[in-house]
Write a protein that binds this ligand. Structure first.
Ligand code: DAH
Length: 363
């Protein structure tokens, strides 16, 4: 009796041939896409090796283990051949794509220079926002101002030294009595003349003085003015408002009112800031000097006071019924303290790097 034979599809030579064909097809594939096609031809459901599996039923039982093992090894060999080729082709394709998409980061770029809001403008907006949040309004006035608004209505008499040409820039011809406003205080007058009472306004704006241009003076600068006129306004309201403003600008500091004189307020004060760097700890401590306040413990910030009844009268407001407070600060000065900007000239030179550094980051 002849020895039992596997069906022809499963004899060793036939199976080896199928493996060899698969390997040749995988080698011939030049891309992963072609390889996918070859895989389905040689290892897919309809591939000869898969179909050969079905002939197992015809294998005599005593040969089944050996034939099954051969078939399993053949399928594993095909799978391995595919996987090796797939790795080679995928790596080649990745390398090709990386080469094609390569960017030379050393090439010069032409970035259009982008500007930045000027720190003085940004700070004026922030200062205004503090008051808008409390329900105040922003008021504006002209930079070329009537002499009467800038001086007379503010109780600066005709011979007040501030009118002198050494401080004030007059606009020709003299008979027009126009000046470049020397402070934002005339906006107090304009607000009282045009708005219904009560009045709560802040007036940020540009101001001009015939000053030398140096590290601490610029002839064109900015101020923010505040005016509150209502029934029952006291110095206490002024102090609370200034403390709030100081804290939003400089963190937890307090203000000090130091008696002073302004024609448009009575009483008048200079408002000092408690030094927000040393909080007074440097006073009388030569071993721990503070550059921000020159070891004084306080920094002069601006002027303020209770609105002089003569100003109210000049604007048709009855001082027996209404009272008010006012204040005015330099914006550049505030910026110097807040951002440790030591030299005012940086603020007018227009170098965008200064603006970017102060308002935070490139844009
Ligand atoms: N206008 C003053 C100046 O430019 C600053 C000032 C002082 C404004 C007192 C005020 C104030 O409103 O009450 O020096």
């Amino acid at each position: 009796m002849p020895a039992p034979q596997p069906p022809p599809a499963l004899d060793a030579a036939a199976v080896d041939r199928l493996v060899a064909q698969a390997e040749a097809a995988f080698q011939a594939a030049a891309t992963t896409a072609e390889l996918r096609g070859a895989k389905s031809d040689h290892a897919g459901d309809q591939a000869p090796l898969s179909l050969a599996n079905r002939a197992m039923r015809q294998v005599p039982p005593e040969l089944r283990a050996a034939v099954g093992a051969r078939l399993g090894a053949a399928r594993a060999a095909v799978e391995r051949a595919w996987s090796e080729r797939d790795q080679v082709l995928a790596a080649a394709e990745l390398a090709q794509r990386l080469a094609a998409e390569r960017v030379d980061v050393t090439l010069p770029v032409s970035l259009a220079p982008v500007g930045a809001p000027h720190p003085v403008t940004a700070l004026m907006d922030q200062l205004g926002d503090v008051f808008v949040a409390m329900g105040w309004e922003i008021a504006e006035g002209p930079e070329v101002e009537a002499e009467w608004m800038n001086f007379d209505a503010l109780n600066l008499g005709p011979h007040h030294p501030a009118r002198a040409t050494s401080d004030t820039l007059f606009v020709a011809p003299p008979k027009n009595h126009l000046v470049l406003r020397t402070h934002t205080s005339p906006v107090q007058i304009r607000s009282l003349l045009t708005r219904p009472l009560p009045v709560y306004v802040v007036c940020p704006g540009t101001t001009y003085r015939a000053d030398e241009f140096d590290a601490t003076h610029v002839p064109v600068f900015h101020q923010i003015e505040g005016l509150a006129v209502d029934r029952g306004i006291t110095l206490g309201h002024l102090k609370g408002t200034l403390d709030h403003l100081a804290q939003t600008m400089f963190g937890p500091v307090v203000t000090r009112l130091r008696p002073s004189y302004f024609p448009f307020t009575e009483p008048s004060a200079e408002v000092d800031l408690e030094c927000f760097v040393c909080h007074g700890d440097s006073v009388g401590q030569p071993d721990r000097p503070c550059r921000t306040c020159a070891s004084e413990g306080w920094i002069e910030w601006g002027g303020c006071g209770v609105v002089n009844p003569r100003v109210l009268k000049a604007c048709g407001v009855d001082p027996d019924e209404y009272s008010g407070f006012a204040f005015g600060m330099g914006v550049e000065r505030t910026l110097m303290f807040r951002n440790a900007a030591a030299d005012m000239r940086d603020m007018v030179e227009g170098d965008v790097r200064f603006s970017r550094a102060l308002i935070g980051g490139a844009r």
